[in-house]
Write a protein of this length. Structure first.
Length: 118
């Protein structure tokens, strides 16, 4: 079973940037499409961005042109660079193997809190 550990969240002002990291255990990380999800208080978890094993990316409309997902298969790590952050980006961010076509495949990690506020 793959274990996922997210990090890099924090408090940032509107317009600021953060870079999230997700470290995954397991030798087969490189074969999975990986994704970032987020869950705001009182809302359902939503897909933010995904990246295939050959680095093809896809983004939710709400984050397109502001967020960038990337991966380093040698380090079993997936990243989310978040720029031009808005208060509505406030949420707990999680990573998992999945996409808009594939349901999350592993147990969820603890997530990392992102708060955008002045």
């Amino acid at each position: 079973q793959v274990q996922l550990v997210e990090s890099g969240g924090g408090l940032v002002q509107p317009g600021g940037s953060l870079r999230l990291s997700c470290a995954a255990s397991g030798r087969i990380f490189s074969s999975y499409t990986m994704a970032w999800y987020r869950q705001a208080p009182g809302k359902q978890r939503e897909l933010v961005a995904s990246i295939t094993s050959n680095h093809r990316t896809n983004y939710a409309d709400s984050v397109k042109d502001r967020f960038t997902i990337s991966r380093d298969n040698a380090k079993n790590t997936v990243y989310l660079q978040m720029n031009s952050l808005k208060p509505e980006d406030t949420a707990v961010y999680y990573c998992n193997a999945g996409s808009s076509y594939i349901a999350p495949q592993f147990d969820w990690g603890q997530g990392t809190q992102v708060t955008v506020s002045s």
